[in-house]
Design a protein. Sequence first.
Length: 389
Amino acid sequence: MKPIPDSLRASIGLRVDLIDTPALVVDLDAMERNIQRMADFARKHQVRWRPHAKLHKSAELALLMQQAGATGACVQKVSEAEALAAAGVNDLYISNQVIAGAKLLRVARLAHQLGLRGGRLALAVDSEEGIERLAEAMAVTASDAGIDVFVEIDVGQRRCGVPPGEPAVALALAVSRHARLRFAGLHAYHGRAQHLRGAQARREAIATVVQAARHTRDLIAAAGLPVPLVTGAGTGTLVHEAASGVYGELQAGSFLFMDADYASNEREPAQPVFEHALFVKTQVISSQETHAVCDAGHKSHAIDSGLPIVAMLPPERALRYANGGDEHGILYADGNKARLPSLGRMLWLIPGHCDPTVNLYDFLIGVRGGLAHGVVERIIRVDARGALT
């Protein structure tokens, strides 16, 4: 566990305007409102929520959401699960395929460790070979620990997952034949649908997803195997999965922070209002006649889902951020009354994509009282930063 540097510890209590730049800052008030809205939404629809920790990679934030009612956390990598488990998270689902023998032995050891603590571990599978390899790894551990297994079906993502229907039935039955593997249900997630801009387009996409998940669930049940749970959903579509009567668990994660990409979606009326809570603080370091330059280049934020937007400005005074390279951002006046920011001015950027942005930092700076007049309340460790294996 990486220690918090003395310089960051000393910043607790510091005014927000004095935070050094560039820095990744969490508006704690906005984040906590997002958590409460998600908890209320899940309770209203009588579904569980297991937020995806690939967003924040922080045990502290995973546990904070569990205190608010979350079942546990999803992760994508074995090393993410190990990092969060080491920091106290006891209920983890690796919502991905694991095939390498060495990784599967780590999965087996982690299942054993969590079992001793009264916790649980789950894993996704999409092949009979993957099931056999997992069973072999579990047999190596010197305990009778088991692991929950979800069969992943491809509901439109065109990534991992077997086709819905009979192929998934065969895998579910294959899981059930191994004593140390517990068939836990179906994993049905459509990632591309999260970013369809139109609300109607997302609604139609998830209607197809729900139909495939329901059909597959019913076929497995007809084969004599109960299906305890269908899990999936993301921030862009969760309202549809929650209302489907098929999904029992939501994996949405980005609701915690939100980002510029999700802000581009047309809002579904029934969707909770989630606020932006993650910002890159930056400072203007050069001011020219046609543009200004800030100290946040693409080493400070991910650009796979587009460039960041400059926050907290009315449309008529908007600034446009352009890529200036590794360490620089170029700022242009965009609104009809906009003026270029002066030398030394502090600005706030909303990243295009939260998840890979967080992975660039060892620590998040948590601010209480807003970005204009708040103070640093806590330093949040990104426990699984760089956890890629």
